[in-house]
Design a protein around this ligand. Structure first.
Ligand SMILES: [Zn+2]
Length: 56
């Protein structure tokens, strides 16, 4: 399985995400943004990564 790298606000660095799962975040109106949520491998802080939308 591919590691997910996201920015950790506590480490102030990019870190590996563990227990990552994809979630849908509500945007404006009916827009839904896809994101990943999980924990920083280093400090266990919850971290998010916004996934790029498929539409350009
Ligand atoms: Zn961290």
């Amino acid at each position: 399985m591919e590691a997910t790298i996201a920015y950790c606000v506590k480490c102030k660095a990019k870190s590996e995400m563990v227990n990552g799962k994809e979630v849908a975040m509500k945007g404006k109106g009916t827009t839904q943004r896809r994101a990943m949520t999980g924990q920083c491998k280093t400090c266990n802080t919850t971290m998010y990564k916004i996934l790029p939308s498929k539409k350009a």
